[in-house]
Structures are given as C-alpha cells and as structure tokens.
Design a protein around this ligand. Sequence first.
Ligand code: P70
Length: 470
Amino acid sequence: MTDTVHKTMGQQSGRRSWAEPWKIKMVEPLTMTRREDRERALTEAGYNTFLLRSDDVYIDLLTDSGTSAMSDRQWAGLMLGDEAYAGSRNFYRLEQAVQSWYGYQYVVPTHQGRGAEHLISQTAIRKGQYVPGNMYFTTTRLHQELAGGIFVDVIVDAAHDPSDLSPFKGDVDLAKLEQLIREQGADNIAYVSLAATVNMAGGQPVSMANVKALHELCRRHGIKLFLDATRLVENAFFIQEREAGYQDKSIAAISREFCSYTDGAWMSAKKDSLVNIGGWLALNDWPLFEEVRNLVVVYEGLHTYGGLAGRDMEAMAIGIEESMQDDHVRSRIGQVRYLAQLLEDWGIPMVMPVGGHAIFLDARRFYPQLAQGEFPAQTLAAELYLDSGIRSMERGVVSAGRDASTGDHHYPKLELTRLTIPRRVYTQAHMDVVAESVKAVFDARAAARGLKMVYEPKYLRFFQARFEPL
Ligand code: P70
C-alpha cells in the first residue's frame, strides 16, 4: 500500500476537506451483483440501461431526477398533506414558495417537468413558429415540435466542444438569435427557450450577463423569454463562483435575479427541489396564464393540484427552500467535482469544465474505433454496467433521435455517457468505486465493438430502444 491510501483527499491536494451539511438517519440496502448476473440482466434489457430493473443495479447514476434523498423536514411535510380536491393548503404553500424564491406571479403545479413543457408549448406556440433555445433537451424539444414549433439551436459554439474550457458554455449566441429574428421576423418566433444549466451540453451554466442581454434583445423585439428552471440553483452556484460581482451574493439572490430577466418558467422539481415527483409552470402574464390554467385541467388535474397529491406539493415547497441554501449547493456540486477530480487525474476523457449535476464521459474519445452509428455512448454505458453494476445514461446519437422532416438520425457533435449524481444519496466511498470502474473500462477500451439498434420506438427512442452487440 502506498502512502496516499492513508491520506484524506484534502491532504493529498493540500487543502482542508469539506463535508456535507447533513448526516444520515435512514439507510437503504443496495444490491451487490455478480458479473454473470449483470450479463444476463443487460441482455434481457436489450443493452439499454433504461430497461434494467433497479434491483440489478449497484450504484444508480442513471439520473438525478426524482432520485434525491428528502430531508426529515420534507418527510414530516408529507404528513401535513391536505388531500382536498380543490384549494389544498399545500398548493398555497407551494405557490408562495415559487413566488418568493423564483419571483413569478402565477403558478400551476404539474406532475413533473414535461407536464409543464406540454402546457407552455400548447399555449405559447403557433404552428410553424420557431423556438430558439440554448441546445435542445429531449422532452422540451419534442413538446415544442408536437405543438407545431420548429426548434433552432442558438447556443454558443463552445457548448458543442467537450474540451473548450469557457466558463459559461450555456450562453445563448446573441448573433445567432438576431440572425434568426432578421430572417424569420419576430412574429414568427414563439419565444426563446432558455435552460439554466444546459443538461445536454454537460450541465453548463448561463451567465447573468447573457440572460440580461438576452432579456434586452427579446424586449426590443417583443419576444417572450421563458426559462427551464430545472437546475437553476446549480447555475446560480457557477455565477457566484465565476462572474464578477456575484461572489458575495447568495444562491437565492442570484437565482431570483436570474428569473427577473425572464417572463416565466417551467420546472421539473425532481432535480433542484429535492422531491421524488412534481413540477410547475409559472408566468407573469395573466392572459397567457389564464389559458394555461384552463388547459391544466384537461391534462394534469385541477389548477390547485396539477396531478400531485397535497403531500407532494408540501414536500416540494420545503424542498425549494432547502435547495436554495448555499451550503447545500456547494456540497452537491462539491461531490460531482470530487468524482471529476479522480477521473481527471487518470486522464479519462470527459466534458470540461465539469457541470453541476453529472460527469459526461466523452465516448468519442473513449472509443475512436467506433463510428457514431455504432453507438459509442450506449456501448460505454453497457460496459460500465457490466464492469461494476453502475448504471449511467446515453446522451449521444440515440438520445438525439431523428430529424422530424428527413427521418435521418440527428448526429450530435457530443457523444456522451452521463454519470448523474443524485443529491444527498451516495457517499464519497461510492464515488471512489465509480471512478475505479470508469478507469477499468477505459483501460479495456480497445476491445469495445459497438452495438446495433434492433428496436426503435417512435418517440424519445432512447427510453425503450433495444440493441445487440456487433
Ligand atoms: C434527466 C431528466 C428532465 C428534464 C430536464 C430539463 C433540463 C426538463 C426535463 C423534463 C429526466 C429525463 C428526461 C428525458 C430523458 C432522460 C431523462 N431530465 N428539462 O435525467 O422533466 O423528467 O420531470 O418531465 O433535465 O436529465 P421531467
């Protein structure tokens, strides 16, 4: 054994260690799997990690969505559920939380993020209108397309380059947006769809300067600016860390300022807000909200529960407040960075700078021998699972789907495998195990052969597609 084994990470890198601002009150046993069990499970799942049973998974890094640990206060909140069909007191608590932490005026709950995406897309997009956004997100773009919109990517070019170290790779390229407005006319733009942080780019943040300038540009042309607030507090952390003038502002103040430059937001509360289910849509514009409030009763439920139980709304209201605490966000992103540091030291190719919620392994550089049509990122997710029972998610050509008009695959520049870290769930020792497994798969990279797709569903194919080894 070498000396370093007995040193803490802080000692090894010459600094004081940090630790989580919570302790563990209840534990959930994990399944320890054997290689032959994993081979059988992966074959049954058609080499798609979405089709694995979670009982066959050891460390589950598929997503940070709905997988975080609730606090004792949130669990206590579940007991305060007011399960009235109409006017539940928990709705008013949620409404108040969204109003005070995010600053929007009118709020409807939804069962999760895509419920809110559906409502905003159906009410704010006219058929044939363009919807510019800072890189696509799978469900967001699909709802925009189902409403007759045409998504246009206006993110900065740096976002498509995994080794570009720019601090705000989520920014909108204002020149691209202006060109679209010039070519199509402001009236043919439904709204600008801004995500903070940008999931598919690797959890990259948007700067305050960019949202401010975007707000100004949209105002000049009379175009609305709507925010995907799913991981906004993580975005606020990067602004606090990297943007001049924000070092002494709280995550809560930065988040609130960011929202103030937008006209409304949709939210998957399953991420930042530390709940297992829930979302909302919030707007400042009353006539548009009136339409939303009417449509929600068709698809989600009455406008004071939107597909949720009263107890879910209570847990969400408490989660919103907890998510805005600086110590919480620092330790959440600190854990992601801890894993990133280990991988970086071993020369593992990944998206840099590391974002807020996940490590995105660069499958192109892992497997240069594989063409994109042989699904390198899907292959990497399969190999990681086989090695150690760790579950990750493909974020490459399978996720990108097909072009709605030509029917060809979208071939995204980024071919990534995401190791997503749930909040308040795994320990530093789990991160060590993950890093070692990634290293083992990296060392065996020359042997990878790729996959072929043998079943492809029509919508969001990555969830249910099946593959076989080549
Ligand atoms: C993930 C999850 C969900 C999500 C998101 C952003 C920036 C909206 C939503 C939708 C779950 C997921 C969704 C599609 C494909 C894979 C995984 N992201 N906006 O794991 O919210 O899931 O609550 O409907 O990240 O990244 P919801």
